[in-house]
Design a protein around this ligand. Sequence first.
Ligand SMILES: Nc1ncnc2c1ncn2[C@@H]1O[C@H](COP(=O)(O)OP(=O)(O)OP(=O)(O)O)[C@@H](O)[C@H]1O
Length: 257
Amino acid sequence: MGYTIAVAGKGGTGKTTLTGLLIDQLVKSNEKPILAVDADANANLNEVLGEEIECTIGAIREEVSKRENAGNSFPGGMTKAQYLKYRLNAIITEGKGYDLIAMGRSEGQGCYCYVNGMLREQIDSLSDSYKYLVIDNEAGMEHLSRKTTKKIDTLFLVSDASRRGIQAAGRINELVKELELNVSNIYLIVNRVPEGVLKADTVEEIRKQGMNLIGVVPMDHQVYEYDAEGIPLVQLPEDSISKKALRGILSEIQFKK
Ligand SMILES: Nc1ncnc2c1ncn2[C@@H]1O[C@H](COP(=O)(O)OP(=O)(O)OP(=O)(O)O)[C@@H](O)[C@H]1O
């Protein structure tokens, strides 16, 4: 099993932006191969990375369940398990220096326990052949709590600099403990910080929440400009405020088991 990094935070805090820049940084440090998993139905990690996604796990789940409900067999005499495996192989998007899988969302209702279990097993076995597994996770920690991955080596919680933002990150921190998730290190990153300097109140709230602040990423107007123009954020200049800040944060951490 490779080194697993998960990124979580309330929607809109910049979690997906930072996950994308983190993957970019790992690729540039030649820390390959990397499997990136977009596990947040609301996130668009592929857009930050500048990749098109053709199919998601949610879509496969729908397709398999529709086939079953219609009483159709699987192509080529495949069993359901074989068909799922075959389809999963086809959903890996090959990026520049990494592979990407998107969970997507499932529109339909009903029980997908079997299919979910199968897919989870496959992601687990797939991730064995990568040096890094990087997951853009949803705030509810749903996928992690359903044990998408057996163990997380480093979890980054992303928050904005507001008190409520920090409190929300604090709740995710608590949730990790309540769910007894197997996480070795949890670090807080405060993102979109005006001038890159935290207010004393924010620092106090972080202390109150008992979180380990690893660093801040300043408000970066280039991020806004690139997003507005639809340019993938990984194309930001290497000396952009946000890329530099993230490099600084990553240099604090030894990604070793
Ligand atoms: N350091 C930054 N400076 C300026 N803008 C930023 C910064 N980080 C992120 N943003 C902007 O904040 C917005 C939210 O970012 P992002 O989509 O990454 O958040 P998210 O937490 O993943 O949200 P969701 O889960 O809803 O996708 C985006 O428009 C992004 O461009």
